[in-house]
Design a protein around this ligand. Structure first.
Ligand SMILES: Cc1ncc(COP(=O)(O)O)c(C=O)c1O
Length: 448
């Protein structure tokens, strides 16, 4: 741990643990303790750790062909792109590969600006689209992320769409009688905040990091109409959702909408660095040749990650993990709703399929976020052998899709004891403000 602190600059949460092995839904630390991995790595391992067929593919591909110049192609990238296209509706068939999800969203921005000849990129408040500078500008999940970045944020961005956050409605109305009035108010924000040169509206089909905000089904179709009215494209960021996790292969399929550009990352990569932006041949043709489209770089679409991600998606489809996520998601949700009914600190449970979240509050009536309690729960759950991701007052439950009902049941039991310990005030001697998502919390700007 001391060597890590001296030579690696990174976030380190309490309790500090160094992991050295993963198998299925379990990860093991250097002292030999096992933990359920309830974040699937960084939400990437839909098939769990060291899936035997993926291990075999990695070995075979390592012996055959790992990396090449991105000015040429390879059979695995082609087949992966074709398979992705075959799972998407409409004419979404052309993939521009990238290495990270941030980069995929930046490519989507380049495509939209190039194809429309317009500049404003409009995003939804509480959305997260990555950490490289252009997409950081579109990211509005609060905290200290953008502190000090000032003029490095692209000026042609407008964080102008109110989130469809029914639990804490931004305009104090109630669904369904509101008729999704947050969108109508957003139209007014667009009028005042943009230069009326809208290239794209970008959104997550479920706003995950901003609070697992699951929009009403009519929200995305109406967002697409809004984008079209303003002359822009609709870009949907599937980094957290695809494939299969929500009980649909693509998260947006819960709504009747076909976006103009879809970006993918995390779960589509099987933990290898192969992300991308998918669009129609028509938009690709209009975009190509400007603003660095098509994007290439050093690694996008390399044979090793392409072969592994291809195999992973084939398995997801072959084993109907979409149906499995829907079924097990129902079980998980019932158990989490049970915890909500039992504990005053769980204000709400939100999510779809095998991606759920607890909204931790000081009390059910006032709904005041309680990030310190959420951190205590995450900490105690880790001691109980279950690793959850927790940002602010949001604890996410995001297991590999291969988890069994018995394992989920075991995890919920551990989570319940962790909540009981936290309600009793444990741990008493740890300052989370220096070690967790609270370390990046907001507050006034630092003056040096
Ligand atoms: C919705 C969404 N988009 C994009 C990204 C950025 O992906 P990456 O970290 O691979 O750049 C994230 C990362 O958490 C995300 O949640």
């Amino acid at each position: 741990m001391g060597r890590d602190a001296e030579s690696v600059l990174g976030w380190r949460y309490q309790p500090k643990i160094i992991f050295c092995r993963g198998q299925g839904v379990l990860i093991t630390d250097v002292d030999g303790n096992d933990y359920y991995d309830m974040s699937s790595g960084m939400m990437s391992l839909v098939l769990g750790h060291s899936h035997p067929e993926l291990t075999e593919t990695i070995k075979e591909q390592a012996e055959r062909f790992v990396h090449e110049s991105s000015w040429y192609s390879n059979p695995w990238a082609i087949e992966f792109a074709e398979l992705i296209g075959s799972t998407l509706p409409g004419d979404l068939k052309v993939v521009n590969f990238t290495v990270t999800g941030s980069e995929a969203n930046e490519v989507a921005m380049r495509m939209a600006i190039s194809a429309t000849g317009r500049f404003d990129i409009v995003s939804v408040i509480r959305g997260l689209h990555g950490g490289s500078l252009a997409v950081e500008a579109l990211t509005t999940v609060g905290g200290g992320r953008r502190r000090g970045l000032g003029p490095l944020m692209i000026p042609a961005k407008a964080n102008a769409i109110l989130p469809p956050f029914c639990y804490r409605c931004p305009i104090n109305l109630e669904y369904p009688s509101c008729d999704v009035a947050c969108l109508e108010s957003s139209e007014d924000l667009l009028e005042h905040l943009t230069s009326k040169e809208v290239a794209a509206i970008i959104a997550e089909p479920i706003l995950v990091a901003g609070g697992m905000i699951v929009p009403p089904a009519e929200w995305l179709p109406r967002l697409k109409e809004m984008a079209a009215r303003w002359g822009g494209l609709l870009v949907l960021d599937e980094a957290q959702l695809a494939p299969a996790r929500t009980g649909a292969l693509w998260g947006f399929e819960h709504s009747d909408v076909v976006p103009d550009i879809v970006t993918f990352a995390k779960g589509m990569t099987a933990g290898m660095a192969i992300c991308g932006a998918v669009t129609t041949p028509e938009i690709a043709e209009r975009a190509a040749g400007n603003l660095g489209v098509p994007w290439s770089g050093t690694y996008p679409g390399d044979p090793l990650p392409a072969a592994v991600a291809l195999k992973s998606l084939q398995i997801v489809l072959r084993d109907n993990l979409t149906g499995r996520a829907a079924d097990l998601g129902g079980f998980l949700r019932r158990r989490l709703d049970g915890l909500r009914d039992r504990f005053e600190c769980i204000g709400d449970v939100r999510g779809r399929g095998l991606y759920q979240m607890l909204d931790i509050v000081t009390g059910k009536d006032d709904k005041t976020p309680d990030p310190a309690m959420a951190e205590r729960i995450r900490y105690n759950a880790m001691l109980a052998g279950a690793a959850f991701i927790c940002v602010k007052n949001f604890i996410r439950i995001c297991p590999p899709l291969i988890i069994t009902e018995a394992q989920l049941d075991d995890v919920i039991g551990r989570l319940q004891s962790a909540i009981e310990r936290s309600v009793e005030g444990h741990p008493k001697d740890i300052d989370f403000t220096a070690s967790s998502s609270l370390a990046a919390a907001g507050g006034p700007p630092r003056v040096s």
